[in-house]
Design a protein around this ligand. Structure first.
Ligand code: NAD
Length: 336
């Protein structure tokens, strides 16, 4: 037990960790716990020295844990992503340096993010946010400006049919009766059909959807997958929803498509270069709704994520299988 007490755990840039659970107290039973705040663009070298002496890192979406970090830091044995995205951890470098990486299993955030995607679709289709704002400004009588569409009459294109995309499709088909097209080159068509959605290629989806919702994970190959060319192929008046990663959409191309009326509304929870401020070009458009990356912010999901981190550290220390492990290094580092 003495050895376990000396374990040092860093909670990095995650203000929400422990807010809705007893995870911090539980971690304190395992070792010393510190909350650390690091600049979002901190260099690998800077990060390596800030985390010197820590064994476990509970990591948020920032900063970037790149090769330089793994080369410079010798104490960290495991990074636990407090979230599902892994784009801020160089997994190859982690493996090479014997550092295990675990991330929250997608199921924990599934309902929260799917519900938020549906919320954004409804907000955009019904112009609900603009209507609420109008009432606040004494504009009740402007109600005829807020005639919208029903989600059940729309063709919704889902790009990325994984954990979240498949749930959004299921809610749309079973709850709203929408016609759902799904594009995911890595998922068998049967899986798409099993929830009542229709497998489609990207071209078909772009050309036929009234609403396009992004749920693909970010990879090098799909960076800016919605670029000028892709917007050109879409239906006039299309609505864009993104709860996945900002980098899937070119901001410049989206702004152009909004200015030209190609896109009638965009409802986004993620934006490239986030956090953005009030001068962001997309905010010039009245028909753009942006939430600050809160899709997974439900008490249920946050509690689930915290509990996952505690379980991951405990299992690692006890030599048990770690749930959500994405890097299990062949030569794991030892806790010194
Ligand atoms: P997942 O890995 O289960 O699903 C992602 C799917 O994307 C996979 O099925 C994969 O085959 C597919 N894909 C990859 N490249 C593609 C491409 N070029 N075209 C179409 N499909 C492609 O992940 P998930 O749990 O469903 O999460 C989906 C996304 O949501 C991730 O980017 C994740 O980071 C993001 N997310 C955001 C929030 C938030 O707070 N806004 C919370 C959780 C997850």
């Amino acid at each position: 037990m003495l050895a376990l007490r000396r374990v040092r755990i860093a909670i990095v840039n995650s203000k929400s960790f422990g807010e809705y659970s007893s995870a911090v107290e539980e971690l304190r039973r395992i070792g010393d716990v510190s909350r650390i705040s690091v600049r979002r663009d901190a260099s690998g070298g800077e990060l390596a020295s800030r985390l010197d002496g820590f064994h476990f890192v509970i990591a948020s979406v920032t900063p970037y844990y790149g090769r330089e970090f793994f080369e410079g830091n010798k104490s960290v044995v495991m990074i636990i992503r407090h979230g599902v995205g892994l784009d801020n951890v160089d997994l190859e470098a982690a493996e090479e340096h014997g550092v295990a990486v675990a991330r929250v299993p997608g199921r924990i955030e599934r309902e929260a993010v799917a519900e938020h995607a549906i919320t954004l679709m409804l907000l955009a289709l019904r112009k609900t946010y603009q209507a609420i704002e109008a009432v606040r400004r004494g504009g009740w009588r402007a109600r005829s400006r807020f005639v919208g569409w029903e989600l059940g009459s729309r063709v919704v294109g889902i790009i990325g049919f994984g954990n979240i995309g498949s749930r959004v499709a299921e809610i749309l088909v079973r709850g709203f009766g929408s016609r759902v097209l799904a594009y995911d080159p890595y998922v068998p068509e049967e899986r798409i059909k099993s929830v009542g959605a229709i497998p489609a290629d990207l071209e078909e989806l772009l050309a036929s959807s009234d609403v396009i919702s992004l749920h693909a994970k970010l990879t090098k190959e799909n960076y800016h997958m919605l670029d000028e060319q892709a917007f050109r192929r879409m239906k006039d008046g299309v609505i864009i929803v993104n709860t996945s990663r900002g980098e899937l959409i070119s901001v410049q191309a989206l702004a152009k498509a909004l200015a030209e009326g190609k896109v009638s509304a965009a409802a986004l929870d993620v934006v490239e270069g986030e956090p953005i401020d009030e001068s962001h070009p997309l905010l010039e458009f009245e028909n753009v709704i942006i939430t600050p990356h809160i899709a997974a912010y439900t008490r249920e999901a946050l509690k689930g994520m915290d509990e996952f981190a505690v379980r991951a550290i405990t299992a690692y220390l006890e030599g048990e299988p770690v749930e959500g492990l994405v890097v299990a290094p062949t030569k794991p580092r030892k806790i010194l």
